[in-house]
Design a protein around this ligand. Structure first.
Ligand code: BTN
Length: 253
């Protein structure tokens, strides 16, 4: 790993943490998937497992999440949400937090429902939720420093990194602690009041709005994200349907 890609070791990250998230901070040089590091642990809410490289990183819909060592943020966050809003909504909460953290690079980010984060039409981050028995492991992958030729090809949305899209290389440690702070703030707000307080901010970044899409066997024109986190679709017959999950495929308008 070149010095350009300084490790996010505990000695670098822990002194900068500003809240509960990231404690404990479980760092590794490499692992299969940070999701597996946290699965089944007794660790408290807020625990973060971060690695420089995953050998079997997972994406949504059974896809792989590829990385080049030391170029990304690859971490999982342990959450123990009490009974309340459905835990699936956390993918939007996390997606919004990632978008806001990425915007610290001074570029407006978009959210492709439910949780892809885009910069200038390219996917720079994704969120994977895995929930069991009241525990949610929220995995976040952000492409930060990859050069164009280090990015995966053939992905449903063309991949980019913050560096490849903006030409600027953010400090990974600073981005990580900022993201954890925003995530904690958004998570606490969601626990108090669900998605309602963040709907405007989600909608302002909703890149699907007005686009013809297909999702979960439904076709139509994407409308707003509803208070319960589902996406509104306007069908050609004039009716409206809410879709709760699935891969969104955009179609020519
Ligand atoms: C997606 O957009 O498909 C979700 C990608 C999620 C990738 C992150 S990287 C850290 C965590 N560990 C994994 O194996 N996946 C998530």
């Amino acid at each position: 790993m070149s010095t350009r890609r300084k490790r996010l070791a505990p000695g670098i990250v822990e002194p900068r943490l500003r809240g509960r998230f990231g404690r404990p901070y479980l760092w590794s040089e490499a692992c299969r998937s940070t999701q597996d590091v946290l699965r089944g642990t007794e660790a408290p809410e807020g625990a973060v497992a971060l690695t420089e490289h995953q050998t079997a990183g997972r994406g949504r819909e059974g896809r792989r999440w590829e990385d080049v060592a030391g170029t990304s943020l690859l971490f999982s966050l342990l959450l123990r949400p009490p009974a309340g809003p459905p835990a699936e909504q956390l993918s939007l909460v996390a997606g919004l937090a990632v978008a806001e953290a990425v915007e610290e690079t001074r570029d407006a980010a978009g959210i492709k429902w439910p949780n892809d984060v885009l910069l200038r039409g390219r996917k720079v981050a994704g969120v994977l939720l895995e929930a069991a028995e009241g525990v949610v492991v929220c995995g976040v992958g952000v492409n930060v420093l990859q050069a164009e030729d280090e990015l995966p090809v053939g992905t449903p949305v063309p991949a980019g990194s913050l560096l490849s899209v903006t030409g600027r290389a953010p400090d990974r440690a600073e981005l990580l602690v900022t993201l954890l702070e925003i995530l904690e703030h958004r998570y606490d707000a969601w626990r108090r009041a669900g998605l309602a307080p963040m709907l405007d901010e989600l909608e302002a970044r909703n890149v699907l709005r007005g686009r013809r899409v297909e999702v979960g066997g439904e076709r139509g024109v994407a409308g707003p994200i509803a208070t319960d986190g589902r996406l509104t679709l306007g069908r050609d017959d004039g009716t409206t349907v809410l879709v709760g999950s699935g891969e969104v495929v955009t179609r020519p308008t």
